[in-house]
Design a protein around this ligand. Structure first.
Ligand code: SAH
Ligand code: SF4
Ligand code: F3S
Length: 480
């Protein structure tokens, strides 16, 4: 059932067949359409890119924005003033999808008042057949739809849409090649995300990601290193290496590489000062990786290590491939080699058959997490868990979810409180959104800090004394 939703009929004879040259060609073609429109309207055309998903989704939005900027679109802060709106969607939980449908409903009114507005949808949600059918039936005013496997083709697809004026749908069922060297922008000046791999092969039984992001594939190390060197030359001090399961990086490549080796290579790039990565799966966290984290002075002492649930039967049904005891032993090992390490996690409550969360609470108490993303299990059609018996009633899930938060939050607060009075190295990123009198940044262990300091320190790593703490951030003062 390959490419069943492909309704692209245009054939562009003079477009180069190879990538990225082909997309760069279509960027130019789009640019001439944009310029013509600008002349006609006497103003710039504006784009609005909205991100609904995870860090990887946000990084894809940086690529989308980069390509649109090259075409000549200016930025619109809000959807109301935009000429082109694109939603980069997520489907990991039902509420992420509902949000997209809710917003799309509102766009209908915008389109009525401005029929020339173009609306596009892309991202994980679009890889589901049922979603495409719903869009065709109920949201026929959407102009352009593509998925995760052909994001790089945005210029070609948009050109088809703009030049023919027809709705354009292209969803590929399989991933193709990894296309390098297309334009991208950065949401932050001094830190940047870098994909090291795409897709996921783990098939946790509740999770839709492997179905919508395709099989796991790694980028070549030289492409990753060249990208990071270019970022460093452009002033980036901190990189975050991204993948659904970075610990299995390198599998399938024809060179002698794994994630631990990659970390050591990134550590050798002179102008990079901090290295982060996410996400790690406990089943593949090797001693070699722990030693690389310990040895590389730029690798931050922080690991995001989702455990999801504590009960061994549930973990087995989730297909997570470790036990509660394995997870605790692994975090003990991390702490013994890297004593200052901060461990954060993802926790899910209400998986089929999970009537109580005693083992989950036990892990929380024993590991003492510095932070956690907590989720209520959401049934995803097409995953094995969706058809499991013993789906838990919402009232029980809610009660268990509250118990998780009541156990977790005081520990996070205590860990932050222990920082009060001590001085830490902080990468000052910008003025704080909430209080422009303060700067904002992160400690090495990823704790968020808002602090009094000099604007001259933005873009530098500076010493900050923690003066007060909250559950989700700390406050401080720069030391001069
Ligand atoms: N690859 C990462 C996680 C990606 S999804 C990893 O394995 O760690 C991010 C988080 O969303 C997961 O860790 C999980 O806690 C949550 N999640 C995934 N599927 C979910 C579902 N069906 N319902 C609720 N939460 C889910
Ligand atoms: Fe989903 Fe599991 Fe893959 Fe993470 S490792 S993306 S939870 S299937
Ligand atoms: Fe990320 Fe959501 Fe896709 S979590 S990988 S954007 S389904």
């Amino acid at each position: 059932m390959n490419d069943i939703y492909n309704n692209i009929t245009a054939v562009y004879g003079d477009a180069p067949p190879e990538e990225p040259a082909r997309q760069l060609y279509f960027i130019e073609k789009c640019r001439s359409i944009v310029e013509k429109e600008e002349k006609r309207l006497g103003r710039k055309l504006k784009k609005c890119v909205c991100t609904f998903g995870c860090q990887m989704n946000a990084h894809d939005s940086e690529k989308i924005e980069g390509m649109l900027e090259e075409m000549g679109f200016a930025d619109s802060k809000s959807e109301e003033n935009a000429d082109f709106i694109i939603y980069n969607t997520c489907c990991v939980r039902e509420n992420a999808e509902n949000k997209v449908y809710g917003n799309l409903g509102m766009l209908k009114h915008l389109k009525k008042s401005n029929p020339e507005l173009k609306i596009a949808l892309c991202g994980c949600m679009m890889q589901q057949e049922s979603v495409i059918n719903t869009i065709k039936e109920k949201y026929s005013y959407v102009d352009l739809v593509f998925g995760t496997h052909n994001l790089y083709k945005l210029p070609e697809l948009l050109f088809s849409c703009l030049s023919t004026g027809k709705n354009t749908f292209e969803i590929l069922q399989e991933h193709g090649k990894i296309v390098e060297d297309l334009p991208s922008v950065r949401h932050f000046r001094y830190k940047a995300s870098v994909n090291i791999m795409y897709g996921c092969d783990n098939f946790c039984s509740y999770c839709i990601v492997p179905y919508v992001r395709g099989r796991e594939r790694s980028r070549r190390p030289e492409d990753i290193l060249n990208e990071i060197k270019a970022l460093a030359d452009d002033g980036v001090l901190e990189v975050c290496l991204l993948g659904q399961n970075v610990n299995s990086y390198g599998k399938g490549l024809d060179c002698d590489i794994n994630f631990a080796k990659l970390l050591r290579m990134v550590n050798d790039i002179p102008k990079i000062r901090r290295i982060r990565f996410m996400t790690s799966h406990p089943k593949d966290l090797s001693d070699e990786l722990i030693f690389a984290m310990r040895d590389c002075e730029k690798v931050c002492p922080h690991i995001h290590l989702p455990f999801q649930a504590g009960n061994n039967d549930i973990l087995k049904k989730m297909n997570r491939k470790y036990t509660k005891e394995d997870y605790i032993a692994l975090t003990d090992k991390l702490k013994s080699h890297i004593p200052e390490i901060a461990i954060t996690t993802d926790i899910m409550v209400g998986f089929p058959g999970e009537y109580d969360v005693e083992d989950t609470l036990d892990i929380i108490r024993r590991v003492r997490f510095s932070g956690a993303f907590t989720f209520i299990y959401s049934k995803r059609t097409g995953t094995p868990a969706a058809v499991m018996e013993n789906q838990v009633e919402p009232a029980v899930v809610k009660k268990n979810f509250n118990r998780v938060l009541e156990t977790l939050n005081p520990i996070i607060y205590e860990i932050n409180k222990e920082k009060t009075g001590k001085t830490y190295k902080v990468l000052a990123e910008d003025y704080s959104d909430h209080d422009p009198g303060l700067l904002t940044g992160r400690l090495e262990d990823n704790t968020l800090i808002h602090f009094k300091g000099s604007g001259n320190s933005i873009g530098k790593i500076t010493n900050v004394k923690v003066t007060d703490c909250k559950t989700f951030y700390v406050l401080g003062e720069e030391e001069v």
